[in-house]
Design a protein around this ligand. Sequence first.
Ligand SMILES: Cc1cc2nc3c(=O)[nH]c(=O)nc-3n(C[C@H](O)[C@H](O)[C@H](O)COP(=O)(O)OP(=O)(O)OC[C@H]3O[C@@H](n4cnc5c(N)ncnc54)[C@H](O)[C@@H]3O)c2cc1C
Length: 527
Amino acid sequence: MIPRLTSQAPTLLTDSRARAAYAEGAGIYRTIPQAVAVPKSVAELQVLVRWAAETKTTLIPRGAGSGMPGGNVGRGVIADLSQGFGGVAVDPARRIARAGASATWAQVTDTARPYGLRLPPDPSSGAVATCGGMVATNAAGPRSVRFGSVRRWVEALDIVAANSATRTVRREGGAGPWHLASDTRHLVSRFPQTRKNSSGYALDAFAESGDELDLFIGSEGTLALVTAVEWRLDAIPPDQAGVALGFASLDALGEVVPYLVALNPSAVELLDRTLLSFVEQAGGVVPSGLACLLLVEFERETAAAARGVVSDAVRGLKPLTTHVETALDRAGLERLWGVRKLASPALARLPVTQRSLQVIEDGCVPLERLAEYIAGIRRASDHRGVPVAIFGHAGDGHVHVNALPDTTCPGWREALAGLYEDVTGLLVQLGGTPSGEHGDGRLRAGLLERFFGPEVMALFRDVKRAYDPLGILNPGVIIPAADWAPLADLKVGPDAAPIPDDIARRLRDIERSAAWAIPKLELAREP
Ligand SMILES: Cc1cc2nc3c(=O)[nH]c(=O)nc-3n(C[C@H](O)[C@H](O)[C@H](O)COP(=O)(O)OP(=O)(O)OC[C@H]3O[C@@H](n4cnc5c(N)ncnc54)[C@H](O)[C@@H]3O)c2cc1C
């Protein structure tokens, strides 16, 4: 540990246990940082940023660490923003919640609920995901099929800029230091025409709104550090009903999903047969013989309306379904969602021979290409001999794909790299984006030119230079490092960077139980 630089600076922790505790987030990487700082106030964070600028030290902003593509790990100094910026206050009359960057989605929602309000996009990781992390990744969730990603719900951000100045950035607050020149505006038409996108800087949203707020949302800690968020809230709808629909073939999705989306659902979630088999092993009850299950939810003003639309969906899809289970009240819906809730823990508890690795986990395609995308993934998985589990937000054309290689088999890395390449090519061909909600991190930074083209990539570099001229904020994320190597520094296998056994075990436990809210310095204490 080295002493504070000034009386207002956070302590820089450089001992090996503290660094090891921050070497992993969710996702595939283990990278030991140079040091860790846990600022407890905006003033402390400003001192840290000023010091980083003076010493040309890179900072890796970090919330809970639940992000998948490696934006929360790196070789510089981790700035842990999950501790010092808590608190949520709701203004029910304005339907606004003001939350510190460390507050979680669950804390915002719990504070808003007594007023009949909620933050509609609902990441499955909402129990741990911080407001700073959600804004930085433009997070989304099952209900985004109706309510969009968090972008739509951010009214203002408090930031510490790369020059250490603080300011508030508002919706309708206009542009900042970067403008889209009129002769480059047409380039935004090259953005993927998908229902969701968390890849690149959101020049398309910026072109439409003229608000620099849109550049900060989804910028993954590369343009500024977020210290507080003003969220717009929405009324909790009075009634819900749902249905689980089973299909004998994944091909049915091409017809079924657009049909369901036209009925204005609040969730259309997919679980494929591989995932269903894990859910079964984890104690869930799953009907037999299904290629996939769709969990569909409708929110309406009255119970009759919610039940009516469920009946419409069941009737309309009768010729295609092999299993139907309706849920006409909240208890029934809880039962239906129980299957989905078992999915992530079931994946995390796989045997040591089969690790769940998130390398192609976040692709999103135009809705009408979803069935093609899923068929292509299955083909690539068979071809490369790497099993996959497919699940997630089918109603947005967005599915999570966890690769499940046997990491005790020689050649698994090459097979994984082949799968990464195949699925990337498939996404480009289908007009998709490599990230629907998790962001690019280090995993996808080097792919962006293939999706957006060199001219848009040049604009991304301009944006980065305008906001972070010294390149101290999360370099290598969104804009790739010169030595970009997406499948290096893995947390799995004999080449994984050595860290103390007890810390490695605790990090694995956190991953298995998605307990990312645990303060990481607890892991650094001697056992
Ligand atoms: C089991 C599981 C389920 C998940 N489900 C979903 C889901 O449904 N939807 C979804 O969108 N994601 C999901 N995720 C991914 C993850 O939870 C989200 O990306 C989340 O928003 C990350 O929040 P975090 O606080 O953990 O941020 P971190 O992982 O710590 O950081 C993520 C990125 O944000 C940046 N960042 C963090 N805080 C700040 C800040 N204050 N200022 C500036 N930059 C910052 C980091 O530099 C990094 O680039 C899931 C993850 C897990 C493990």
